[in-house]
Every structure is written in C-alpha cells, then in structure tokens.
Design a binder for this molecule. Structure first.
Ligand code: FAD
Length: 443
C-alpha cells in the first residue's frame, strides 16, 4: 500500500498520528505539503518556510523526503496520487471553515478516484466534538465544565517519531522557496516578508520548537504561575507559534509539562482546545458575534491607524502594538490590554483589531484569535460583556517598573517608573509624548 500523508498545520515528525499510522501500515509513504496561492502574511510566511525546511530535513534523516508542490491542495494531492499510484490519502483534521472545506473536497475526490481517505487527530489534544455537554449541544460554551471533561478524556500516550519513512523511488521532491515574494505584513516599515527580515525572535521548525520547549521546561516552567502576567519578565513559554504550525504536538506539550508548569499551564493549553471546539461548531467565529451585543462600533480610521501603529498616547497600549510589529508576537497580558482598549475605549469593531493581529502574529490562527477577540469585546462565549480593562491600572500592576514600556517605546526611555505610564502628567514643557487619543483613565 502507498499512502500520501498531506501535511498542513502539523509540521512535525513526533507524535503525528497520520504519519505514525502510515509508516506503521504502508509499504511506502509520501509526505506532501502544498503551498497554496493564499500565502500566509509576512511574519508567518518566513516562519512557515523554516518549518518546511526543518521537516524536510527530519524526513530525509529517516530515508524519506518532503514532497513540495504549489497550487490548489486538492488538485495537487490528486495529481501526485495519480503519479505515484497511491492507495490512500491521510491527513490531520483541522477546524477552520477554510480547512474543513478543503477536507470535504479532498474526501469527495478520493471517493471518486477510489482512494482511501482518512482524517487523524493531532492538531488539538482532544478532538473538537469528542466531548460534548451532557445537557445537550454540540460544543461547550463555558470553559470550566469543558476543562473538567477535557481532563477526563484526553489521550495520554505520545507517539514516537517514525524511525524510517519509505519514500517511493524516483519522485521529484520540489523546491521550498527562499521567500514568498511580494507579501508583507500590513504595517509599513520594519516588518517585511519572507526571510529577508527576521520573523521576530523565533526561528521556525520542529527542531527549534523542541529545543525551546526543553529549555523552558527545564529552567522556567516551575515559575510560570508567578510570572505569567509579568510583562517585562517575558516568562511564558512562547510555544504558541510552534503550536500554530504543529511543530509541537499539543498533547506532547501537555504531557511533558505536567508536574512542571503546574495546572495553570495545562489550563492555558486547554483554552486553546476550547476555542478550537468553539470554532469547529461555529465556523463564522472570525466574522459573526458568537453572542450579539457588542454595541455600536465607531467608524474611526484615524484611531484605528494610531492603535495599529502604536501611537495612541497610552504607553502600555503603544508598547504592546510595537512589540507585535517588531516581533510578530505579543505578551498575552498586553494582548488583553490593547484589545480591550480598542473595543471598549476607542469603540472600534473587534473584527478590525482581529484582522490586524491575524496579519502580524506568528501564532495567528482563526480559532484562538477570534475566540480571544470576542472574549475581549464581550461578544464571545464565556465572557463578561461589561468587563473593561483600565490600561493604566493594568500597566502599573503588570509592568510596575515600566521596563516593558521602555523596551518598546524608546521615546519614554528616560522616564522613571513613577511617570512612565502616565506621561501626560509631566509638567507641560517636559511633555513630549503625544497626548492620549481618549481622556486617560485614572488608575
Ligand atoms: P503560554 O502562557 O506559555 O501558554 C501556553 C500555550 O497555551 C500557548 O502557547 C497557547 O497555545 C495556549 N494559550 C495560552 N493562553 C491562551 C488563550 N487565552 N487562548 C487560547 N490559547 C491560549 N493565541 C494564539 O495561539 N493565536 C492567536 O491568534 C491568539 N490571538 C489572541 C488575541 C487576543 C486579543 C488575546 C487576548 C489572546 C490571543 N491569543 C492567541 C492567546 C494568547 O495570548 C497566546 O496564546 C499566548 O500569548 C502565547 O504565548 P505563550 O506560548 O508564551 O503562552
């Protein structure tokens, strides 16, 4: 039997259920990645190329290769199936509406061509739909009962990487491009596409991911509950981009972190699964309010631009937005602050904020991004609609020395912790930072 394993956002060899099954059961295995015309944005594009190069190298070490094609994923998979005389196409099930549409088309084409088509797990710890509320409904709306069901259900055995990948002979592997030309993040200056400008501080790929996880578990995970909200300390795992592209198996991360990062870290990974099961059940999550009631949005392009560029005059908001621009990543606490500021203070539609995040984040994915934005806007499930984060109070609490602000807003470098979060309080001759867009909330 010859099986094509179609990779997508599962770019790894460890704990990969579809690859493991194929190597176990088939005579030959063809690992395939199709670069589709809809390319990822600037930061993520470069990161993806790193991931592909690393996956290819891991597969080559095992006697296989990564076959790379460009075009429509379904058409290219079927073309390759024909070329190699495949009997089956196996892939990891994804949750977004786009991905599921592609899976549906692929299933139909395989049926027509009489090929076995199977979907495997691995993108989340617990598959969407695998646990449903006892009281009815196809997904959990509230986190805490989901968390309980999730803990009781999750698979525990982590699969090893296959020792050997038996690729059929004579197959042209195809080129991994050096960059994606002409693609940029939305923002001007500083952030460009592909590899020419570094994608933040993280290199893509499973090898880098495993090193990062290992280091974090050994040196930092034990402190996680105490430091996770410390903006300047930067003590979270930063595994989100690796989970986004599947360089790490979420199950493996949970399993290895158990007893080290404590329950708090596991809970965060459960939030990821939670939003994935919501997105699976509610595919319009990135466009439609899960729970209507966000209120009237203001059409204020200048305010939106100032927010995007990190020039709102509120230092903590500006620091977060500039971190996003520079690194393609932002601390979770900063994400909460800047999101709340956009929707609750500037009253700009959460979808516009989510689009900007999605353009720039290395870890940008539909389920987590839209789920969290809806949570901030008060339109999501399991949210308190009237929650407003006071950015000044948040800044003083989570960046008490002002180091985070000073790191990303050089104009404020010279200010002391006492004044750095409220530069408008300086005597007027010393006031050089632009005044806040909205009347500054008091701490
Ligand atoms: P850690 O604190 O080390 O947590 C470990 C892992 O748990 C993360 O890698 C992530 O996979 C998961 N996790 C943690 N917090 C959350 C959360 N609130 N929701 C879902 N999963 C979580 N995360 C994304 O992966 N992609 C996004 O597009 C995204 N957009 C966001 C938008 C907003 C407005 C907000 C408030 C949060 C968003 N998050 C998103 C969630 C969170 O900010 C990031 O997952 C986290 O900052 C990643 O850093 P880390 O890996 O160091 O996290």
């Amino acid at each position: 039997e010859c099986v094509i394993v179609l990779f997508n956002r599962d770019l790894r060899v460890h704990d990969h259920p579809a690859l493991d099954a194929a190597c176990d059961r088939a005579r030959s295995v063809v690992p395939l990645f199709v670069i589709e015309p809809k390319l990822p944005s600037g930061h993520r594009g470069g990161f993806l190329l790193d991931c592909l190069a690393d996956l290819r190298s891991s597969l080559r070490d095992r006697g296989g290769d990564l076959v790379v094609r460009r075009g429509d994923a379904v058409a290219e998979t079927m073309r390759l199936a024909d070329e190699v005389g495949a009997d089956a196409v196996w892939t990891s099930a994804d949750v977004s509406g786009y991905a599921r549409g592609r899976e549906g088309r692929l299933a139909a084409e395989c049926e027509r061509a009489r090929l076995d088509f199977q979907l495997f797990g691995g993108v989340t710890v617990v598959a969407p739909g695998a646990v449903v509320p006892a009281g009815g409904g196809d997904h959990y709306r509230v986190f805490t009962p989901y968390w309980r069901a999730w803990q009781a259900t999750r698979r525990r055995a982590v699969l090893p990487a296959p020792e050997r990948v038996a690729l059929p002979a004579g197959l042209a592997p195809g080129r991994i491009p050096a960059s994606f030309p002409g693609r940029r993040g939305r923002s001007a200056g500083g952030v460009a596409s592909g590899r020419s400008v570094r994608h933040g501080t993280l290199a893509g790929g499973e090898t880098a991911a495993r090193e990062r996880l290992q280091r974090w578990l050994r040196f930092s995970a034990a402190d996680y509950p105490d430091v996770r909200d410390d903006l300047a300390g930067d003590g979270t795992s930063k595994v989100s981009p690796y989970l986004r592209f599947g360089c790490l198996s979420p199950l493996e991360v949970v399993t290895r972190a158990e007893g080290v990062g404590g329950e708090e870290f596991t809970r965060q990974l459960c939030w990821r699964d939670f939003f994935h099961q919501v997105a699976y059940a509610f595919p319009e999550i990135n466009r439609r309010d899960y729970r209507p009631g966000g209120g009237e949005w203001r059409d204020d392009k200048d305010a939106l631009d100032a927010w995007r560029e990190g020039h709102t005059g509120i230092p903590i908001v500006d620091a977060g937005m500039r971190q996003l621009e520079a690194e393609g990543w932002m601390h979770n606490r900063a994400r909460m602050i800047v999101a709340s500021y956009l929707v609750k203070h500037l009253r700009v539609d959460w979808r516009l904020g989510a689009d900007h995040f999605f353009d720039l984040l290395l870890d940008g994915d539909v389920a987590n991004n839209s789920g969290n934005w809806q949570w901030a806007a008060g339109t999501g499930n399991d949210t308190r609609p009237n929650r407003v984060l006071n950015p000044i109070r948040q800044a003083k609490r989570f960046d008490p020395d002002g180091d985070y602000v000073r790191r990303y807003v050089p104009e404020l470098e010279h200010l002391s912790a006492k004044i750095v979060h409220e530069p408008w309080k300086l005597p007027s001759p010393l006031r050089r930072y632009p005044p806040p867009l909205t009347p500054p909330p008091t701490a």
